[in-house]
Ligand binder design. Structure first.
Ligand code: NCD
Ligand code: ZN
Length: 399
């Protein structure tokens, strides 16, 4: 698709931890100029009066379900939910069917992702597959499961775990409770980076605060910030995920971790399952999140729980930094033209029927939120403006 010259005027951009009134000119998928761009010619001009412009969100934790589970989600539907939620890049988790354990399956996934409207990257799964990991090209990292969850990829053998933690420069783990400390101890025997997915408890947050350094990072997921175990009682299987929802005290500890810099990213763990699967006798773990992440956070900004620059730091800048994703995460000249315009005053109810994920439901159904994305730009193209428009996302480049 030909990218056009796009000019965004009269908005305020979140840049360098401040709000800056400026025009943004994009061409051939890049941000070319930022400043007072009055009189500049473009194919499309967006008047962003009263809107705030953030870098497009980068979600490091998405289960796009391909290959093999396209009845739950696929790269197209996941990306439709993404653009409606202001997410312009996501990293796809490897607990697919089959899981991404070898380069051949990784290539199959690459082919399936060409329909993705947003930019994307892939993890490889850690099992007894170190030789394949060494051969893999341009991956986000190796995901290692240390607990039972969807996909049954848990690894127990300590010797194998040592090998896996040493197998690649970026290691992401599903680790709960004491497994957090064990993972940190294990990564310290290597020079690699550790990304702890979806920390959810006070105890885990305290461990992280103690151990945090330049190569140990952690993520929290929106459902752990905005729901508690009380909601699980109300939601039943639709409030069931790994790690499970926790107490109010745990939720407060996560917010404290955000405030004091212990938390590095907020990513969705978008894990769609069908309504039928969720209503079955053995409901699978996981909830969708791509479309509701930013509205939940903007609503929290309106309630003074965090600042807009903190949202940009945790959802844009840090993901790009941690995973060394080139040219993304900031509104800067030369960076990719991935942007989201938000209306901080727009109040709207989250509705199952508005969800674009194939699963068609959300644990936040009927929640009224103030602050919504209204226009999403991917690679210089307007891909969401209330309706979704076609686009070809690109595979990101990892450093
Ligand atoms: C995820 C899934 O469904 O793939 N489920 C979940 O409850 N979070 C797997 C995971 O990330 O643990
Ligand atoms: Zn997980």
């Amino acid at each position: 698709m030909e990218s056009m010259k796009l000019l965004i005027t009269n908005g305020q951009a979140v840049r360098n931890a401040k709000l800056e009134r400026c025009g943004i000119f994009c061409d051939r998928g890049k941000i070319l100029e930022i400043g007072d761009l009055k009189g500049k010619k473009a194919d499309k001009v967006i008047d962003a009066s009263g809107k705030i412009i953030l870098p497009g969100l980068i979600d490091c934790h998405v289960h796009a379900r391909e290959p093999g589970q396209a009845h739950k989600e696929d790269f197209l539907t996941a990306s439709q939910a993404a653009v409606a939620g202001g997410v312009t890049t996501f990293l796809a988790m490897p607990n697919t069917n089959p899981p991404i354990l070898d380069c051949e399956t990784l290539e199959e996934e690459r082919n399936l992702a060409v329909k993705c409207l947003v930019n994307y990257g892939f993890y490889m799964c850690g099992a007894d597959n170190v030789a394949e990991i060494r051969k893999a090209k341009n991956i986000a990292g190796v995901k290692i499961y240390l607990d039972i969850t969807t996909g049954d990829m848990k690894v127990d053998d300590p010797k194998l775990l040592d090998k896996l933690f040493a197998s690649y420069k970026r290691i992401a783990v599903h680790a709960e409770g004491s497994k957090v400390g064990e993972s940190i101890a294990r990564i310290k025997k290597t020079k690699n980076m550790l990304y702890l997915c979806h920390l959810s408890s006070k105890e885990e947050m305290e461990m992280m605060r103690k151990e945090k350094d330049h190569r140990i990072f952690c993520e929290v997921a929106p459902h752990h910030l905005f729901l508690t175990e009380e909601d699980e009682k109300r939601l039943g299987p639709f409030g069931r995920m790994k790690p499970s929802l926790k107490s109010k005290q745990d939720v407060e500890a996560l917010w404290k971790g955000i405030a004091d810099g212990t938390v590095d990213t907020i990513c969705t763990d978008h894990a769609p399952h069908t309504i039928e699967e969720k209503k079955s006798a053995a409901p699978p773990w996981g909830v969708p999140g791509l479309q509701t992440l930013l509205p939940l956070l903007l609503d929290a900004v309106n309630r003074r729980k965090l600042s807009l620059s903190k949202v940009a730091e945790l959802c844009c800048e840090n993901p790009a930094k941690i995973f060394k994703i080139q040219n993304k995460g900031k509104i800067e000249e030369g960076y990719d033209a991935d942007l989201v315009m938000v209306d901080m005053n727009l109040q709207k109810e989250v509705r199952n029927r508005d969800m674009l994920s194939k699963c068609g439901w959300t644990p936040f159904d009927r929640k009224v939120l103030k602050g919504w994305p209204v226009i999403t730009v991917v690679g210089g193209n307007v891909v969401y403006d209330g309706a979704v428009h076609d686009n070809r996302g690109k595979e990101v480049t990892f450093g």
